[in-house]
Ligand binder design. Structure first.
Ligand SMILES: [Cu+2]
Length: 127
């Protein structure tokens, strides 16, 4: 019984994953939002719920950056965030705000975040 439940949970996630992949293919031509800069500090807002949105954010390289991940009734695995380049891994509260500091040195290139299963992802493109 528990196994059947686990299998159906995986199937549901897989279905969501296919939908999100499809959306990302369609969204190739839409422009990525640009991070806001307040008092010399860059702020990137990402919402985690059934994946991450926006999926791609363009940001300025080499300045102190705050990555703010918002959850709001997030009970799927996108609440479990991994950012390999920052050695960051955390299970977020279902509703709340998580601020992740990115130093000027780390604000380079493409920073990728993932859910712990690697199904959902987001990218911050520092340029
Ligand atoms: Cu996942």
């Amino acid at each position: 019984m528990i196994i059947a439940f686990a299998i159906s949970a995986v199937l549901v996630m897989w279905a969501f994953w296919i939908v999100s992949v499809k959306q990302s293919d369609e969204g190739v031509n839409t422009e990525a939002p640009i991070a806001t800069i307040v008092d010399g500090k860059q702020i990137i807002d990402i919402t985690a719920k059934g994946g991450y949105s926006p999926r791609v954010v363009v940001a300025k390289a080499g300045i102190p950056t705050m990555l703010r991940i918002n959850t709001n009734g997030t009970f799927d695995c996108s609440a479990s965030v991994v950012i390999p380049k920052l050695s960051y891994q955390k299970f977020l509260q279902p509703s709340g705000t998580e601020d992740i500091e990115i130093t000027a040195e780390k604000a380079q290139g493409t920073l990728q975040g993932l859910c712990s299963m690697g199904m959902y992802n987001f990218q911050i493109k520092f340029q």
